[in-house]
Design a binder for this molecule. Structure first.
Ligand code: MG
Length: 389
């Protein structure tokens, strides 16, 4: 049996608010879709994973799956049903016997639920997980209750929904040929084609993230889940200083701030990101920036300092660890830092794979004392808390 998985991420997800569709918003420091893809890429029973994304989302997708060995996505259609058909057709070249179709917005799917759906496909042409409805159901058109709905035998449908490949491919093509639209899940397409569908217990945690509140709660859950298995708490600190040179902007925490000077240094001289990188490397006992990026090496000339931070993150992730929080203080008479802090946190959050609420960036002047007080340069200090297994 060859199992393919189609991960449907075509929606614009506007109900969740935010600047990006919900499947690209961060939970536990990674985009929702990263967690979802990782669950299927890491499952030994799944041979091929095919993402289906919305038109115009190509760049967001590419950024979101950094570090995952995921095939190129296909572009979905205008409805979920169209997107699923396109995804199912896209895996035909792998000649799968079974296919799982899963919402990208369900990142908490467990390995054992995927295994259960695959196992039940040995017996049924279609298998869907779901939850028996526990709450009383009311029919309330216009917000006024007109009657209570009998919930006996009523289930909500989750994903991954599993199908015999040729059966669901034929069912999708038939629905398309008949112009039967707005079938909201693949099981509806299968039902429409008269395929027998087995219902198996899903998982409460495998909920679909829809609203901004769902994303907030998922962010806390995913972070807590990661932290709970990392008992070794490390703290590191880093300090850096760079002198001013003639120029028109200083780069601090990745943000280029227009100024009367620039900072002098071999890379982009982002003193704050250097202090932060040293703090992280210090916490894991891996030397400092100079150990990994010798200043004598010409290839780092003018390099963006985020590559130093990315290297430190690779070292943490290789140890199975993560950052719990960072705290940065920038010492400068000028320019004003505070207006740029939100942009700085937005740059650091995805690099550090943590929520912006775990990143503090403060600034202070030196009351005109010493070299910094004489406006000869900018200094930064940082601490990082790292959790290791
Ligand atoms: Mg430096």
């Amino acid at each position: 049996m060859t199992v393919a998985a189609v991960i449907v991420a075509g929606g614009s997800g506007l109900r969740a608010g935010g600047e990006k569709p919900k499947q690209y918003q961060l939970i536990g420091g990674r985009p929702v879709i990263w967690w979802t893809l990782k669950a299927f890429l890491g499952h030994p029973g799944v041979a091929h994973v095919q993402p289906v994304i919305g038109e115009g989302h190509e760049e967001m997708f590419a950024e979101s799956v950094a570090g995952l060995d995921v095939p190129l996505p296909v572009i979905g259609g205008s409805t979920r049903q169209d997107s699923c058909r396109i995804g199912v057709e896209a895996v035909e070249r792998h000649d799968p016997t079974k296919v799982l179709i899963h919402d990208a917005a369900r990142p908490f799917v467990s390995q054992d639920l995927i295994s259960h759906v695959i196992a039940w496909l040995e017996r049924f042409p279609a298998v869907i997980p779901g939850m028996p409805v526990a709450e009383t159901l009311k029919y309330a058109p216009g917000g006024v209750v007109s009657r209570t709905v009998d919930r006996a035998g009523i289930w909500t449908a989750q994903t991954p929904q599993g199908f015999t490949y040729q059966a669901i491919l034929a069912a999708h093509r038939r629905a398309q040929a008949e112009a039967t639209a707005n079938l909201t899940d693949d099981a509806s397409v299968a039902e429409h084609a008269g395929i027998v569908i087995s219902m198996i217990p899903g998982r409460h945690e495998n909920r679909k993230l829809t609203t901004a509140e769902d994303i907030d709660i998922a962010n806390r859950d995913m972070t807590a889940r990661k932290l709970e298995n990392l008992p070794d708490i490390r703290v590191g600190q880093g300090i850096d200083i760079h002198p001013f040179d003639t120029g028109d902007a200083v780069t601090l925490c990745g943000v280029a701030i227009p100024f009367t000077h620039r900072l002098q240094g071999h890379s982009d001289a982002d003193v704050a990101m250097h202090a932060l990188t040293d703090a992280i490397l210090g916490a894991i006992g891996e030397g400092d920036i100079g150990t990994h990026f010798p200043p004598s090496d010409p290839q780092w000339k003018g390099a963006p300092s985020r590559i130093f931070l990315a290297r430190a993150m690779e070292l943490i992730e290789a140890k199975g660890g993560l950052i719990a929080n960072v705290d940065i203080t920038i010492l400068a008479e000028a320019p004003k830092i505070a207006p740029h802090v939100p942009a700085m946190r937005a740059i650091l959050a995805p690099l550090l794979r943590i929520d912006p609420s775990r990143i503090a960036i403060k600034a202070t002047t030196m009351e005109k004392l010493g070299a910094i007080g004489r406006r000869e340069g900018i200094m930064a200090s940082a601490t990082a808390t790292v959790r290791l297994p």
